[in-house]
Design a protein around this ligand. Structure first.
Ligand SMILES: NC(=O)c1ccc[n+]([C@@H]2O[C@H](COP(=O)([O-])OP(=O)(O)OC[C@H]3O[C@@H](n4cnc5c(N)ncnc54)[C@H](O)[C@@H]3O)[C@@H](O)[C@H]2O)c1
Length: 332
């Protein structure tokens, strides 16, 4: 017989904390780049073009004994119905016993694992004394990135939040400032982007943009860029010549050249695949990360199912230990 453990958002959030997710995501990157984890082909299907679709991302972490999938659905009209536009589930299996381990709400996991990805990028590649961050995109991911960076950069003093809608940036500042008394948050409209970038040690892009807004000439030497928002073909946030001239790191080289910020510079051959380093190789100590305080580093994080699976496993284990999950007996 087997029993299935199910975690809803509230249960997930009650057992999971960002520092543990950062460690788990690091582990996923290390396993992937050392060949102990892999991705299965992604399935995308549009029920109505641009309006109603699904994607299924899956993979295995043989090194952690698990495999599984993230099933996500999107309907643009859902907010009018009082429903979230994006919703889905993560289903986790045990490789050895081939028994289902559990099901976890996908939105909560995506939030934490993407915030953790940004934290790993900044922790591994930014200058250690980084104090000033420019974060573009005051949406769901803007909040997740803020949380991740607050753990990754011990000397962080200021975060300048920029959005095409200044009111979104200002709202995020008033909502989040009380939770981060150590860091001063500022909200800006887009006209102030160039000015705030003059002082940036770290830039995070997490918008839905399809045209770049981070210009090469605006980025000062020594800056680290976390490219988070570009996770499918056609999206763009940084000028391709900036990407081509930076020291580029990826979660997965195979993914970033197709659907990451690298898709543009790679497409016009100004960035060659052999000049991209996987962050897992840096974490494993087999390749170099930043070697100079003046170089511009860029972490292209497109997101991998492996981050979801390892985070779901962490949450299921913690919930089991604390007896706070829902258990469904599936078969006798
Ligand atoms: N890399 C990953 O693993 C990963 C994971 C989750 C989401 N994402 C991507 O991150 C992006 C943001 O996701 P989200 O959930 O925060 O979306 P969201 O809709 O909650 O927020 C997006 C924010 O960006 C702002 N924005 C849109 N276009 C802009 C532009 N041109 N310039 C400046 N600001 C702009 C919007 O006003 C909004 O505040 C999406 O593209 C999403 O697909 C990536």
């Amino acid at each position: 017989m087997y029993s299935l453990r199910i975690l809803d958002t509230r249960q997930f959030n009650s057992v999971i904390e960002m520092p543990d997710v950062i460690t788990s995501v690091e582990e996923a990157y290390k396993l992937y780049s050392s060949g102990q984890a892999g991705l299965f082909p992604i399935i995308l299907h549009e029920f109505e073009t641009g309006k109603n679709d699904t994607d299924i991302k899956s993979g295995h972490l043989t090194g952690a004994g698990i495999y599984g999938l993230k099933l996500l659905g999107y309907n643009r009209d859902n907010p009018q119905r009082g429903l979230p536009a994006l919703a889905g589930l993560i289903t986790l299996m045990d490789i050895e016993t081939q028994q289902p381990l559990g099901i976890v709400d996908a939105s909560a996991v995506t939030y934490m694992r993407t915030g953790a990805a940004g934290a790993v990028g900044a922790k591994t590649l930014a200058r250690k004394n980084s104090k000033n961050v420019v974060l573009v995109g005051a949406g769901v991911q803007g909040r997740a990135q803020l949380e991740g960076l607050s753990y990754a950069l011990p000397n962080l003093e200021e975060i300048h939040i920029v959005d095409v809608m200044q009111e979104a940036a200002d709202k995020m500042v008033s909502e989040k400032q009380p939770a981060y008394p150590r860091i001063k948050l500022f909200g800006h409209g887009f006209s102030e982007l160039q000015a705030v970038m003059k002082h940036a040690d770290v830039i995070v892009t997490c918008t839905t943009a399809r045209e770049f807004f981070i210009q090469k000439d605006w980025v000062r030497p020594g800056t680290h860029i976390n490219a988070i928002g570009v996770d499918m073909p056609g999206k763009q946030e940084s000028e391709p010549s900036l990407v081509a001239s930076s020291k580029v790191f990826a979660d997965s080289i195979a993914q970033v050249v197709i659907k990451g910020e690298c898709q543009w510079a790679s497409g016009d051959k100004t960035l060659l695949q052999e000049n991209i380093t996987e962050i897992g190789d840096v974490l494993n100590g087999t390749k170099e990360g930043r070697t100079d305080d003046d170089e511009i580093t860029l972490f292209d994080s497109t997101g991998m199912a492996l981050q979801d699976l390892i985070t779901a496993k962490l949450a299921l284990d913690k919930a089991k230990a604390q007896n706070i999950d829902t258990i469904v007996r599936m078969a006798d």
